[in-house]
Design a protein around this ligand. Structure first.
Ligand code: ADP
Ligand code: MG
Length: 626
C-alpha cells in the first residue's frame, strides 16, 4: 500500500495530513492523486460516499495552484450548501500550512455581498453551489475566466437536482483548456452525457464496482399496507431503542408531516427539507449531530450534506422516484467502518422496485417482518435491563438508601425488580397489547427468501434471546454465521436473526431447542459468557397469527413518551467518539438547558421516557407525575 508521500504530495500537505491523522490514502486517493499531480488531464472518478473524494481532488488542486497569485484558479461545484461548507472546511484543513491560501464558499441563503467581498480578497479556490454561482457570475461578482481546474463533485446528485442548465452556463464562462475532474458515486446516463460534452478524453477511475453500495450496510424491506406506513415506522423505531437514524420521504410535505407526527407521538424527531429557512435547517442539523434528535426526517436533497458518521439506520419511508437515489440514501449509514442497516417500508405495488434496486446495488435485500407489540415490549424491557446492568452507581444515592430501604423493607428482590421494570414496561404493554399485525404477505418473493417458514406458523419455531449485539461487532449476517458455526447447523437452520445494540434474537426449529440451550450452558466466547434463553415472543409472527379480532384501533396512537431527547446511546459507544459526545451531552443536560432541546424538534408536551438515562432525565419524569 502506498503512502501519501509516495503519491507525490509536498511537505506542506504532508504536514497537514499528519495533523489530520490520515495514515494511508484511501483507494480513490491512491488512484486519483498521482494522475492529477502528474498529468494535465480530465478525470472521471466513481467512488461511494465516504471514500475520501474531497482529498482526492483537494490535495492535487492545493498542490497545483499558485498561492502567490490572487487569481481564482480552482472552481469546485457541489450540490448543496452543507457539502459546499464541508468541502471548504476540509480544504482549509488540508491547506493549513499553505501560507496565503484563500478558499471561499459560495452558496445561497447567506449574504451575497459578503461572499463577493471574500472572493475579491483573492480566493484562489471557490467552492460553490451552482445556483448561487450562476447568480454571482451574472452580477459580475466573480471572475472564473482564468480557472485551471474545475471539479464537479457529487455530479450525479447535482444533475438529479436539476442543475444541468446551471452547470452548463457556469462552465461556458471558463477557459476551454482547463482540466475538469468529475466525482460521482454513480454513473447514470446524465453523468456520462455531461462527461462527453464537457470533458476531453478523461481518464476514468473506479473504486469498487460501479454503482455498488458499501458492504457495511445490510438492506432490509418490510411489506405493509400503504396506510400502515407510519405505524410501521414507529414499530421499527421502538424495536430499536438505540436507533439514530435518517428517515427519507419523497416530498417536503411528507417529510414535514412525518416529523410532526413523530414529535407529536413523543419521539425525538426533526424535519430537514428545503422549505425550512437556513437557520431552521442549521438548528436541526446541530441537534442531530449532538444526538438530541434520534430520528431525522429528510428529503433526498436536504439530506445530501449529512456527514454524520454513526447513523445506525436509514429508513426509506417511501422509495425514491429515481431508484439510483437509493444508493445515496443507504450510504448515509455504515460509514467510518461501522455497520448500518438500510430499511425500506414498501407497499405491495412498489415491491417490484426492490428487485431493480438489488440489481443496482448488487446486493440482496432481506425480507423482514414488522415486529409485533410483544416483541417490542420485550426488546424495550431487555434493553432497559441491560442498561441498568451497565449503569455506574451514583453514590449520591447512598444517603437516601436508608429511607428507600425502609420503604421497601417488605418487598423481596423479585418483587422489587418487577415493580421497577413495570414503570417502563407497562406503558409499552398498554400501548401494544392490542396492536395488530402490520405485515402483508408477499406471494411473489416471500417463499424464495424464507423457505416458506413464515407461512408455516411459529408453533414449530423457538425464538431465543442472546446477550451479544451490535456493540460486540455483530450484524445479522455475522451473528447468523457465528451461530451456524458453533452449533454446527446448516444454511437455513438459524433465521429471523435480529441484532440490537447489546443483545439479539434468533429463531430455530423447535426440534433443536434443547441442543441450542444445552450448548450455551456455560459457553464462553472471547472471554465472556454468551447467554442464550428462550424468548417469549416468536419473532416475525406467523401470517395467520395475531390479529386484533376486528377491533382495530383507529390510529394505533401514541405510546406517549417512549422516546427521550438525549442522553441516549451512552452505553453504545463502539468508539471513543460517541463516548466523548455522550459525556459532553450529559453535562449539557445537567445544566438544565431544556429550552434548547425543545427547540431542537422535541415537544415539551410529550413526557419523554428515558431508557438507561431514566437517570439523567428524572426531573422531567417526576414532573410529569406531579
Ligand atoms: P466522500 O466525499 O467520498 O463522501 P469525504 O471526502 O467527505 O468522502 O471523506 C469522508 C471522511 O473521511 C472525512 O471525514 C475525511 O476527513 C475522512 N478521510 C478522508 N481521507 C482519509 C484518509 N486517507 N484516512 C482517514 N480518513 C480520511
Ligand atoms: Mg464528498
Amino acid at each position: 500500500m502506498s503512502t501519501f508521500k509516495e503519491l507525490g504530495l509536498n511537505q506542506d500537505l504532508l504536514a497537514a495530513i499528519t495533523d489530520l491523522g490520515f495514515e494511508t490514502p484511501s483507494d480513490v486517493q491512491a488512484k486519483a492523486i498521482p494522475i492529477l499531480l502528474e498529468k494535465d488531464t480530465d478525470l472521471v472518478a466513481l467512488a461511494q460516499t465516504g471514500t475520501g473524494k474531497t482529498a482526492a481532488f483537494g490535495f492535487p488542486m492545493l498542490q497545483k495552484i499558485n498561492i502567490d497569485s490572487r487569481t481564482t484558479q480552482g472552481l469546485i461545484l457541489s450540490p448543496t450548501r452543507e457539502l459546499c461548507l464541508q468541502i471548504t472546511n476540509e480544504l482549509k484543513l488540508y491547506g493549513k500550512y499553505c501560507k496565503g491560501l484563500n478558499v471561499t464558499a459560495i452558496y445561497g441563503g447567506a449574504s451575497i455581498t459578503d461572499q463577493a467581498r471574500s472572493v475579491k480578497r483573492g480566493a484562489q479556490i471557490i467552492v460553490a453551489t451552482p445556483g448561487r454561482m450562476k447568480d454571482m457570475i451574472s452580477r459580475n461578482m466573480v471572475d472564473i475566466s482564468k480557472i485551471e481546474f474545475s471539479v464537479l463533485d457529487e455530479a450525479d446528485e447535482m444533475l438529479n437536482m436539476g442543475f444541468y442548465e446551471d452547470i452548463t452556463d457556469i462552465l461556458s464562462h471558463t477557459p476551454k483548456d482547463k482540466n475538469t475532474w468529475l466525482f460521482s458515486a454513480t454513473m447514470p446516463k446524465e453523468v456520462s452525457n455531461i462527461a462527453k460534452k464537457f470533458m476531453h478524453s478523461p481518464i476514468e477511475i473506479t473504486v469498487g464496482n460501479k454503482n455498488e453500495s458499501t458492504n457495511q450496510v445490510s438492506h432490509e424491506y418490510y411489506l405493509v399496507n400503504a396506510r400502515d406506513r407510519y405505524q410501521a415506522l414507529k414499530r421499527l423505531s421502538d424495536a430499536n431503542p438505540d436507533i439514530f437514524s435518517v428517515i427519507f420521504c419523497r416530498t417536503k410535505r411528507d417529510t414535514q408531516k412525518v416529523a410532526e407526527n413523530l414529535i407529536e407521538d413523543g419521539y425525538s424527531a426533526g424535519a430537514l427539507h428545503g422549505d425550512l429557512s437556513q437557520n431552521q435547517r442549521d438548528l436541526v442539523m446541530k441537534s442531530f449531530r449532538n444526538k438530541q434528535i434520534q430520528m431525522l426526517v429528510a428529503t433526498d436533497v436536504a439530506a445530501r450534506g449529512i456527514d454524520v458518521d454513526d447513523i445506525t439506520h436509514v429508513i426509506n419511508y417511501q422509495l425514491p422516484d429515481e431508484i439510483e437515489t437509493y444508493t445515496h440514501r443507504s450510504g448515509r449509514t455504515g460509514r467510518a467502518g461501522k455497520t448500518g442497516v438500510s430499511m425500506v417500508i414498501v407497499s405491495k405495488s412498489e415491491v417490484r422496485k426492490i428487485k431493480s434496486i438489488e440489481r443496482i446495488i448488487k446486493k440482496e435485500f432481506e425480507k423482514k417482518e414488522i415486529p409485533d407489540g410483544m416483541e417490542i415490549c420485550e426488546v424495550q424491557l431487555m434493553s432497559l435491563a441491560n442498561k441498568i446492568h451497565n449503569t455506574e452507581i451514583n453514590h449520591e444515592i447512598d444517603k437516601y438508601l436508608d429511607s428507600i430501604n425502609t420503604l421497601f423493607s417488605d418487598t423481596d428482590k423479585d418483587e422489587l425488580i418487577k415493580k421497577f421494570f413495570s414503570v417502563e414496561f407497562t406503558r409499552f404493554f398498554n400501548y401494544y397489547q392490542k396492536s395488530k399485525d402490520l405485515n402483508v404477505s408477499d406471494s411473489s418473493r416471500g417463499s424464495e427468501r424464507d423457505s416458506g417458514r413464515d407461512y408455516g406458523g411459529s408453533q414449530n419455531e423457538t425464538r431465543y434471546f442472546i446477550n451479544v449485539g451490535r456493540k460486540d461487532g455483530y450484524d445479522w449476517m455475522k451473528l447468523k454465521d457465528f451461530l451456524k458455526e458453533v452449533l454446527e447447523l446448516g444454511r437455513d437452520d438459524v433465521f429471523k436473526v435480529d441484532v440490537k445494540d447489546s443483545f439479539s434474537f434468533f429463531n430455530t426449529e423447535k426440534e433443536i431447542q434443547e441442543k441450542v440451550l444445552a450448548f450455551f450452558t456455560d459457553f464462553k466466547h472471547e472471554g465472556r459468557f454468551v447467554n442464550v434463553e428462550v424468548s417469549e415472543d416468536k419473532g416475525g409472527r406467523s401470517r395467520g397469527g395475531r390479529r386484533d379480532g376486528g377491533k382495530r384501533r383507529r390510529n394505533d396512537s401514541k405510546p406517549r413518551g417512549e422516546r427521550r431527547s438525549s442522553g441516549r446511546r451512552s452505553d453504545s459507544g463502539s468508539g471513543n467518539r460517541s463516548d466523548r459526545r455522550s459525556s459532553g451531552r450529559r453535562s449539557d443536560s445537567g445544566s438544565g438547558n431544556r429550552s434548547d432541546r425543545r427547540s431542537s424538534g422535541g415537544d415539551s408536551r410529550s413526557p419523554r421516557r428515558t431508557e438507561s438515562s431514566s437517570v439523567s432525565d428524572r426531573p422531567r419524569r417526576s414532573r410529569r407525575r406531579d
